[in-house]
Design a protein around this ligand. Structure first.
Ligand code: EPZ
Length: 416
């Protein structure tokens, strides 16, 4: 398995381009299932998870063409509305094919994603919504079986804010008979990007970005071209990497408008942030102030940035309280950070981080995507060499991470 070797201490400086958003591309590629016409996507990040999804769509009969960051999908030959366990177990976001398959084919057999390192990750809200729209849904032998002649518009209310739940139900409603209203909808920018793509394909959607989304179903959708929005979590991750090293960087092909909560915290930590139309610059002091945070659905502080902020708090001045309110087990990076000398105490869903003068390089193990990112951030500032094992987690969500970090002056290399 690949490892990442980082020699800590380099101040990051320079410019790097941010890729398209993984968590926008995943639902948006699934939207191609909703039409028999080809759909072209640009700024698609070249990530393991994207490759997994394209393979999943290919085995359903979707024609996949890929050239660099452009992907064209043609689902006219869709003949196998099945997502098998062997593929779904490697990427739980595969559940996003459920809504489109039921809407387009009237049936779907999708393996339950199962849990992952950060939590149980149930999909009960996805199922509840489809049932409310008239689908007959059975869960047996680890698969969700859904059938319906045609979905009917309905008023849906999700028990908690769920990003992929909102996305699945919005895609299903696009072809339903009548109007669907999703209340308590997720407001994440990736939900808005998906809605914009669906509207370009002929869907009638209003309210995306608010907690009430209205979808008026249509008979069919048509082809379109859509550019994937920038990855705000990749952006935030590089901002943290620059901040913790006292660096000064400019990130292009991205925007600060989806990161207000994160940028506020970086400024509280003592950083200067300058926003341009499609770039963000950050310069950091030699030592950051500790910043407390509480994760919550957008527009509040994103759970996907919690691990990275725990890392920068490890060497900040003061004590930080970090509360994780979205997932039940998203502090696994803490024990790995402690191996680097961090002073962290976990009490339920709260972590208390006492900043220390320095971290010392060691061998650590990645456990999930964002936990791995926090170990990279810590390794950049730890004294000596840090070896991060199991970095396949990183490859799922960060395109060419070591190349981009090296371009900013980090001493990092991959050991295959
Ligand atoms: C999306 O996951 C993201 N993934 C996650 O990013 C992100 O952390 C998460 O939203 C929260 O922002 C993608 O978009 C592909 P949820 P999702 O449904 O949709 C519970 C990353 O690192 N819940 O919003 O799976 C659930 O257990 C990944 O890029 C139910 O109980 O998250 C969780 O506690 C990690 N029943 C909470 O709701 C359901 O039916 C929020 O989950 C659905 C969710």
């Amino acid at each position: 398995m690949d490892k990442l070797l980082i020699e800590g201490g380099a101040r990051l400086s320079g410019e790097v381009a941010i890729s398209g958003a993984k968590n926008a591309a995943l639902p948006i590629l699934c939207a191609a299932l909703l039409t028999a016409e080809p759909v072209t996507f640009t700024n698609v990040p070249q990530l393991k998870d994207i490759g997994t999804l394209l393979a999943l769509l290919g085995q359903m009969g979707v024609k996949v063409e890929r050239a660099g960051d452009t992907v064209t999908l043609d689902a006219s030959g869709l003949n196998n509305p099945v997502a098998p366990y062997e593929m779904v177990k490697t990427m739980r976001a595969s559940i996003l094919v459920l809504g489109p398959l039921v809407a387009r084919c009237g049936e779907a057999r999708v393996s339950l994603p199962g849990g992952c390192a950060i939590g149980a990750r149930p999909v009960d809200q996805h199922i509840k919504g489809l049932q409310a729209m008239g689908a007959e849904v059975r869960v047996e032998h680890g698969y969700v079986h859904a059938t319906v002649p045609r979905l009917k518009g309905a008023r849906l209310f999700t028990d908690m804010v769920t990003v992929t739940g909102t996305e699945n139900l919005m895609m299903a409603a696009a072809l339903a008979d009548g109007e669907t209203v999703i209340e308590n909808a997720a407001r994440e920018p990736e939900v808005v990007d998906l809605a914009n793509c669906l509207v370009a394909m002929g869907a009638q959607i209003s309210g995306a970005g608010s907690d009430v989304i209205r979808i008026r179903g249509v008979e069919r959708l048509h082809g379109a071209t859509h550019r994937i929005m920038p990855d705000r979590i990749e952006t935030g991750t590089y901002l943290c990497a620059a901040a913790v090293t006292g660096g000064s960087v400019r990130l292009t092909g991205t925007s600060s408008c989806y990161l207000d909560a994160v940028i506020d915290k970086l400024m509280d930590a003592g950083c200067e942030v300058v926003s341009e139309r499609d770039a963000i610059s950050l310069s950091a002091p030699a030592r950051l102030n500790a910043v407390s945070l509480r994760t919550a659905p957008y527009p509040a502080f994103p759970t996907d940035m919690q691990a990275q902020f725990m890392a920068i708090n490890c060497v900040a001045n003061g004590v930080a309280m970090i509360r994780e309110t979205i997932f039940e087990n998203r502090f696994m990076h803490a024990v790995e950070l402690q191996r680097l000398g961090a002073d962290i105490r976990i009490d339920g869903n709260t972590a208390v981080v006492q900043g220390v003068a320095r971290l010392e390089g060691a061998t650590v193990m990645a456990t999930d995507l964002r936990a791995s990112a926090s170990l990279v951030v810590a390794g950049l500032v730890a004294e000596g060499e840090t070896t991060i094992e199991r970095i396949y987690h990183l490859d799922r969500g960060y395109e060419r991470l070591e190349d981009k970090l090296a371009a900013l002056g980090a001493k990092v290399r991959r050991l295959t």
